[in-house]
Write a protein that binds this ligand. Sequence first.
Ligand code: FAD
Length: 323
Amino acid sequence: LSFDGAAGELVGEPNEGLKAMFAMMNTERIAVGIQGLAVAEASRQNAVAYARQRLQGRAATGVKAPELAADPIIVHADVRRMLMTQKALVEGSRMLALWAAQMLDVSERHADPAARRAAFDFVQLMTPVVKSFLTDVGSEAANLGVQILGGHGYIRGNGQEQFVRDVRVTQIYEGTNGIQAHDLLGRKVLQLDLIGSFTRPVKEFIAGVSQGDALDEFVAPLSEALGRLESVTMLLRQRGLRDPDEIGAAAVDYMRLFALTALGFLWAKAVAVSLPRGNDAFHRAKIATARFFIARVLPQAASLHTAIVTGAAPVMELDESMF
Ligand SMILES: Cc1cc2nc3c(=O)[nH]c(=O)nc-3n(C[C@H](O)[C@H](O)[C@H](O)COP(=O)(O)OP(=O)(O)OC[C@H]3O[C@@H](n4cnc5c(N)ncnc54)[C@H](O)[C@@H]3O)c2cc1C
């Protein structure tokens, strides 16, 4: 495999040395992403256990546990908001990690060279997303974990603050998340034009869902987020030629927009699997968590889109001496 500068793309089959290097980089970055995800899940489990037993206040809709001095805090809507955010981000990120890991296997082991190559493109594209988004989720979820425990979250013996400190480095090492975002937008999307290996399966999935279908509730917002991602990709392709700061100013927001769109797709797929089996608690929880993600997290795509479209000028306006 070599990089053809004029064509702006990788050509040929990877040689053994490059294969080993890519395998190591991909493995390390995916592993750090999984580290972020693992801390998020540990913090989430700790927070759920605490919210079930900590007594404080009464439910806004009326007393839920009259035999106790107060209701457990899991009855409160704001505590639910935090627990649901953790759950939707953690389970969505787990699907993303598994998708990337499965394609990594395909890129190494599939009998068909064309399938190996397509999977290799996908892994290249998604590796910075897995590294940076899953570690961002790690920090976000661990911070929510502290908040759910209130003052007890700040106490070392309860473990939650340790998760925040431990996970923070994952956003820095193996390439900072800012650099991962540059790799995604500048190299993987604009230079190598690999975005189709992500958008193609998303579009195929959307095209298979007809209007009025029960899945429409999930697929319509997904389709909107994908449209936003594609429109800013086109915009940045043009603006980046004029002013390279447009790429740097947009990269981190672009990364999150990309990752949220990917999670929207994976949650919609999870619903497609769960709807026919929706009588048991596991599948009902999947559908409800997907609904929370689509209705309460994915709308961030609109503000990320607005910030990206606004461009680099407000980021770069201040003279260095004025900071
Ligand atoms: C606990 C810990 C363990 C580590 N373990 C290892 C290890 O085992 N092996 C190893 O090799 N390394 C290791 N590292 C190093 C780690 O990979 C680097 O710290 C990391 O890649 C960031 O580099 P830096 O610290 O030089 O930060 P800098 O590169 O100085 O970055 C500082 C800030 O500037 C930004 N920035 C830098 N350059 C650019 C640019 N061109 N465009 C836009 N923004 C930019 C960064 O995103 C960051 O926000 C470890 C680091 C830590 C903290």
